[in-house]
Design a protein around this ligand. Structure first.
Ligand code: CA
Length: 233
């Protein structure tokens, strides 16, 4: 699966340079030149990582970062902040606002690419693992098999992809539309209620007897794989 990166930057030459290099690395790249535009976009769909400039028209990078951290859907979204200022206090303020990393302009492109790679790996080691294991649930991507506490779980192809998608990003809340885009693909029109039907089937297959439900319904938002699943007893 390709990681999707949103660049929020108002200096067009820099945006173009970053887009070119990130696409060459195989990432899917989107761009926004204004903070408020990015804010609207991020309410509709969540990328895997955001490269966020500090000084932006419409809404500052700091304010946007603060808003993203306040919403459940983007609370853990990896963010790299770009800043033209080199003062230590400013950097600290950037991180305190919730950015995962920062890079001071002017920077070298290879350095930014290295930071992007490192952050994606750190925030999402599951993306590259052959077997995803959370609690007593294991999803084997090579064998396309799911088991819970050593019991094999029979899943249809859609339920399998849905579970894989959620397990890759535990704790992240996805709207029904985001799940349709990520699991079904955005090229076909499917009613959002279809998502509820498949989540229901997935739950039925996974949860037997008194087994804990790993899937969390977030009212008014959507669904998430519970990041506390398997951690408490
Ligand atoms: Ca700027």
């Amino acid at each position: 699966m390709t990681a999707r990166i949103l660049i929020v930057e108002d200096e067009e030459p820099l945006t173009m340079l970053l887009r070119y290099n990130l696409e060459a690395e195989g990432y899917e790249v989107e761009t926004a030149a204004r903070g408020d535009e990015a804010d609207t976009r991020l309410k509709e769909s969540t990328p895997d990582l955001v490269v966020l400039d500090w000084m932006l028209p419409g809404l500052s990078g700091i304010e946007l970062c603060r808003r993203l951290r306040a919403r459940p859907e983007t609370k853990t979204l990896p963010i790299i902040m770009l800043t033209a200022r080199g003062e230590e206090s400013e950097k600290v303020r950037g991180l305190a606002t919730g950015a995962d990393d920062y890079i001071v302009k002017p920077f070298s492109v290879p350095e930014l690419l290295a930071r992007v790679r490192a952050l994606l790996r750190r925030s999402n080691p599951e993306r590259v693992a052959a077997v995803l294991t959370i609690g007593d649930i294991a999803l084997d991507r090579e064998k396309k098999r799911v088991s819970r506490a050593a019991r094999t779980i029979e899943l249809g192809p859609t339920e399998y992809r849905l579970l894989e998608f959620l397990m890759e990003r535990p704790g992240r809340v996805f709207s029904r539309q985001q799940l349709l885009d990520g699991v079904w693909g955005s090229e076909i029109y499917i009613d959002e209620r279809t998502v509820d039907v498949h989540v229901g089937r997935l739950r039925k297959a996974l949860n037997r007897g008194n087994a804990n439900d790993p899937i969390r319904t977030v009212r008014g938002s959507g669904y998430a794989f519970d990041d506390r699943f398997g951690k408490s007893s």
